[in-house]
Design a protein around this ligand. Structure first.
Ligand code: ADP
Length: 447
């Protein structure tokens, strides 16, 4: 059921992403084209109103001279000369039966009689009409507004019809340029959005892969945890029987057998450590590690570790100095986890120091207690110190070749110290030695 719901959710997210990829550019294009068409409509309306206004104002100025044809002709010639946008002006003086042209800027129109019904309407209803048309014969085709209105005399009696042919191609060219620019911008925007969406789709793919990886990682952790638990029980039994053998509870055995048993015991110990570390890794990664936080005296924990593993140093001929402060404030930590941290760090110092000594000393700095484990061992190169706290990272050279380990200890100790609000840092020089510092905030009022 859970699987089906997850599958459904994934399929839904995928379809949603695909829908977005198509919907967003389509909406942007639709919005852009709609804006352009609204702009064109408004522009047309504006031109129409302006043309009608110009014609009306001109017609009013003609009212006083409407009976004098010569004066009319001069005036319309002058207006056309002064205004290059006006392409043609015609004055019709309607009679009872027809509409003859009595004055015109184009002399070939003089005397022509018009029969268009729209002029009949203008004259009959005393109204203003306008329409736009394109002259396809001119190159490039030109757009005009034709406006017709009546000319009234001073007594407001209609005398003639004024027809103005206004060339709007200049405004049209400008608005076409503006439209072209916005179309280019629109194409560019859609292109950018497309790129963004492709990127988004890629991120989405990464996200799905990341989720799958997380699931696989979780399965791996669960698998490691399960296998480690399963190994732990038979391992404990083997250890138990080994102890019985060493204690002589099953009878005596010769030196040769004892040697073999020591080797078996060492390898069982290594296997046990590996299983414990794998369990710790899986607990830390799944945030299942329990911490019993309480005030702890770090020097006591360090001393306990030294009491437990100090013999290993002695066997190698290494000296250990434990330089305590006169007064060490307690830290807030889990004593067992802290023990684990120092066991690992002091254990490593012993493991990677062929001769010389190990010094453990303390420092109080800015509310933190720094416990430093300094050795005179093999040290490490700067590049290695950077990767030291990675899982399974082991430095491989002729000095470490014969030293066994898992490469998990430092990762675990750092993760544990971080869970206890602390940290571990390292300073090292090849062939000189290393210094690992465990930094933990101390409890101030107990200082
Ligand atoms: P392990 O010791 O089991 O290999 P760790 O995580 O404890 O794993 O250490 C990782 C590596 O860091 C080791 O393999 C070793 O090369 C290096 N290292 C750790 N402590 C020291 C040290 N005190 N001196 C030199 N090298 C060290």
């Amino acid at each position: 059921m859970q699987f089906i719901s997850r599958l459904f959710k994934e399929k839904f997210s995928q379809s949603y992403a695909i829908l977005l990829i198509f919907l967003i550019p389509v909406l942007i294009i639709a919005n852009g084209l709609w804006q352009i068409s609204v702009y064109q409509k408004n522009m047309n309306l504006e031109l129409k109103q302006k043309s009608q206004l110009v014609t009306k104002v001109f017609s009013d100025s003609l009212g006083a001279i409407t009976n004098d044809i010569n004066l009319l002709q001069n005036r319309i010639n002058q207006v056309k000369n002064d205004n290059p946008e006006i392409d043609d002006i015609i004055i019709i003086s309607p009679t009872k039966s027809d509409f003859p042209i009595v004055a015109a800027t184009d002399s070939t129109n003089l005397g022509v009689t018009l029969t268009d019904s729209e002029f009949v309407k203008v004259w009959a209803n005393n109204q203003t009409i306008s329409r736009s048309f394109t002259d396809k014969n001119s190159q490039p085709p030109k757009k005009f507004w034709l406006v017709a209105t009546t000319v009234n005399n001073s007594s407001n009696l209609k005398q003639s019809i004024l027809i103005l042919k206004i060339d709007t191609s200049k405004t049209d060219t400008l608005s076409r340029a503006a439209i072209n620019q916005s179309l280019v911008l629109l194409v560019f925007t859609v292109f950018v959005v497309f790129l963004l969406l492709i990127n988004y789709f890629r991120f989405f793919e990464y996200f799905i892969n990341y989720r799958k990886l997380q699931e696989v990682d979780k399965m791996k952790d669960e698998f490691i945890s399960m296998v480690s638990h399963e190994i732990k029980t038979p391992l404990a039994t083997v250890k138990g029987y080994l102890d019985m053998l060493f204690q002589g509870l099953t009878g005596q055995f010769d030196e040769n057998t004892k040697e073999h048993l020591v080797k078996i015991s060492a390898n069982v110990g290594r296997l046990d450590l590996l299983v414990s570390e794998l369990l710790d890794v899986s607990r830390l990664e799944q945030d299942r590690m329990q911490f019993d936080m309480q005030p702890v005296d770090v020097t006591i924990v360090v001393q306990n570790v030294l009491d437990e593993i100090g013999d290993q140093a002695k066997n190698k001929g290494l000296a250990i100095e434990h330089n305590k402060l006169t007064q060490t404030p307690p830290v807030f930590a889990d004593p067992d986890r802290l023990h684990q941290i120092f066991e690992n760090l002091i254990g490593n110092a012993i493991k990677y120091t062929p001769k010389g000594k190990i010094i453990i000393h303390y420092e109080l700095d800015k509310g933190q207690l720094k416990t430093m484990i300094k050795d005179s061992g093999i040290g490490m190169a700067p590049l290695d110190t950077k990767r030291l706290f990675e899982r399974f990272y082991r430095i491989k050279n002729e000095k470490t070749m014969n030293i066994s380990g898992t490469g998990l200890g430092l990762w675990i100790t750092k993760a544990i110290s971080k869970r206890m609000n602390g940290n571990i840092v390292v300073k090292s020089q090849e062939n000189i030695g290393s210094e690992f510092s465990v930094i933990l905030p101390f409890i101030k009022d107990k200082c």
